[in-house]
Design a protein around this ligand. Structure first.
Ligand code: GLP
Length: 242
């Protein structure tokens, strides 16, 4: 079931998301967090950092599992998702980096690395999974056409996704990796609780299709309709077609 919450703006969206995350992290010092990259969750991460600095919560004994990673980008590249997580969250809280997991986009045997990642998720159930949404309805890097029961896998990125993400690579699509490793929809659906954030009118159609369309591989996020505990938090732009 999806509960929809409408926020006035990005800041309110981030605070609403944090109130759900706060409930999990303050009640369970051993929580497993499913984390996402992209511009959308940055405000939520700022809220998490603020409360950590205020001494409200400690991440010392928590585990994190990230959704995805580009293939072929060195981890120290500023746009690798590992760098993103270090810069925007992990460097500012007391989580043990050894307990932070991001898919390995540099593995010699990507297929095995994917299998291992799905197995790791299965043995470390995610208490709360944070998601953004792509303009074409993708979640993590599950592009349209991805089977709804896929485990972690290697994916070729759609041109739209590479164009959308070119802003992080000097606006040059040729610098955006062509492939990524992503948690599959099956892994995402195994989370106990899911919070999806959407900001801006470029997400409005994807949000509409996720909530009102049929459950279909055309809009991978629509699979969330069959999860028991999903909250979608949209700012004004993202909810403009609802
Ligand atoms: C990327 C990520 C997704 C993210 C999406 C939206 O492709 N793999 O996890 O949700 O983009 O990103 P943004 O929040 O920057 O709009």
């Amino acid at each position: 079931m999806i509960v929809l919450k409408k926020a006035k703006n990005y800041e309110e969206m981030s605070k609403m998301a944090y109130s759900i995350v706060k409930d999990v992290v303050t009640n369970n010092p051993n929580a497993t967090l499913g984390l996402a990259t992209g511009s959308t969750p940055i405000g939520l991460y700022k809220e998490m950092i603020k409360d950590y600095q205020a001494g409200v919560v400690s991440y010392k004994n928590m585990l994190s599992i990230n959704l995805d990673e580009y293939v072929g980008l060195p981890v120290e590249h500023p746009e690798s998702y590992r760098s993103f997580m270090n810069t925007n969250l992990f460097n500012h809280i007391d989580i043990d980096k050894a307990n932070t997991n991001v898919p390995n986009g540099l593995a010699d045997d990507i297929e095995k690395a994917c299998k291992d990642y799905s197995a790791f998720i299965a043995s470390h159930p995610i208490d709360v999974q944070i998601l953004g949404i792509g303009g074409n309805g993708h979640i993590a890097f599950n592009e349209p056409g991805t089977p709804l029961d896929a485990p972690t896998h290697l994916v070729e990125l759609k041109e739209k996704t590479r164009l959308d993400n070119a802003r992080f690579f000097d606006g040059d699509i040729n610098k955006v990796p062509t492939h990524a490793v992503t948690m599959g929809l099956k892994d995402i659906m195994s989370a106990k609780k899911i919070v999806l954030l959407a900001s801006g009118s470029n997400k409005a159609q994807a949000v509409f299709d996720m909530l009102n369309g049929p459950i279909s591989t055309d809009c991978p996020a629509s699979v969330l309709q069959s999860h028991p505990d999903v909250t979608v938090i949209c700012d004004e732009g993202a909810s403009s077609l609802l």
